[in-house]
Design a protein around this ligand. Structure first.
Ligand code: FUB
Length: 324
């Protein structure tokens, strides 16, 4: 059966959606693709994004999607080098905290924070990135007890291979075939929402026998973490990067381990795949992007959404990335 899908913003290129419900409305925080002219390479230099916009809607599949305009620019971030990649926003006590990966002046990714009184911004950046932060692709999850956790990390251009035990290594490398894959990271966020409250922990995805997925497994973590809770279980979902899937794994707490479950979305048009999952008005949705409207240009992606279905055991029904 075909899944009904919607392009959310046909007039602009945006990608890497993070969506949340604030004050009864859905707010979407994407990265903002544009034709910067930087040639495509494995380092991701062609993802040369310079600002963020915020979108909102009250009817995900059919309603108006409002673009609130530019809410943060690389020009306003004191420590900026280049490349504003996937961001996310969390609300605490009436303030909104935008977390964003950005390369510093030495071309090293860190994660910054910018603050607003409103979900639609504008967001004012802190002078420095989060202490001890590295790599890319931020997702912030608020657990039912009021604790906030940040999931992050991405390999290749996302620089995760440069770190072991949260320290930069001299000779970055990826694990060999058969060795455990590089994991995403998770850290609880401090009470003031501006720092990590602890050293980041590895987010380990294991098979049904408890063995970590290996570096050559087509379902291993690559980038684009997301966390949501369904029927009391913690669903860690992610992109597999060079095998072009969105997959998920389930655990009993925010740190895992998470047991691999299956594919959420098969490959889309374009190299990257990146998503978030949200419940709104009693239905579940998958937001993601593809490059079909730009004719397959990997650096010019368009936001898409469709409904997500679970079976009676909490298994997510796989969605075909290309049926329209
Ligand atoms: O948008 C730049 C990068 O492409 C993101 O950080 C990745 O998740 C991929 O979508």
């Amino acid at each position: 059966m075909k899944t009904e899908k919607r392009y959310l913003l046909p007039d602009d290129y945006m990608a890497d959606p993070s969506a949340h419900v604030f004050n009864g409305k859905v707010y979407i925080y994407p990265s903002h693709d544009w034709e910067s002219g930087v040639p495509e390479n494995d380092n991701g230099d062609h993802f040369n994004m310079e600002d963020y916009h915020v979108l909102s809607t009250e009817d995900i599949m059919h309603g108006e999607v409002k673009d609130h305009g530019m809410v943060l620019s690389v020009k306003d971030i004191p420590w900026a080098g280049r490349q504003l990649w996937d961001c996310d926003v969390a609300e605490k006590d009436g303030k909104y905290y935008m977390y964003f990966p950005l390369k510093d002046k030495n071309d090293i990714f860190h994660i910054g924070v910018a603050v607003s009184d409103k979900p639609e911004g504008p967001f004012i950046p802190q002078p420095d990135p989060i202490r001890g932060s590295y790599s890319i692709d931020v997702a912030v999850f608020r657990d039912d007890n009021g604790s906030y956790y940040m999931y992050f990390g991405g390999i290749w251009g996302g620089q995760l291979q440069r770190y072991r035990d949260n320290k930069a290594v001299e000779n970055p490398s990826l694990p060999a075939s058969g060795e455990p894959a590089l994991p995403a990271r998770v850290a609880r966020i401090s009470d003031d929402m501006l720092q990590f409250a602890e050293e980041p922990h590895p987010v380990v995805v294991v098979d049904e026998n408890g063995k970590p997925l290996t570096a050559d497994d087509p379902h291993r973590f690559f980038e684009a973490s997301w966390m949501h809770k369904y029927n009391g279980k913690y669903y860690f979902s992610y992109s597999t990067g060079d095998t072009h899937l969105l997959c998920y794994a389930v655990g009993d707490n925010p740190y895992g381990p998470f047991v691999y479950q299956g594919v959420i979305l098969t490959p889309v048009v374009g190299w990257t795949t990146h998503h978030c999952i949200l419940e709104y008005k009693g239905k579940w949705y998958l937001f993601h992007h593809d490059s079909a409207p730009s004719g397959g240009k990997t650096w010019l992606r368009s936001l898409k959404v469709c409904e997500l279905q679970y079976d009676e055991n909490g298994k997510i029904t796989t969605i075909n990335g290309t049926d329209e």
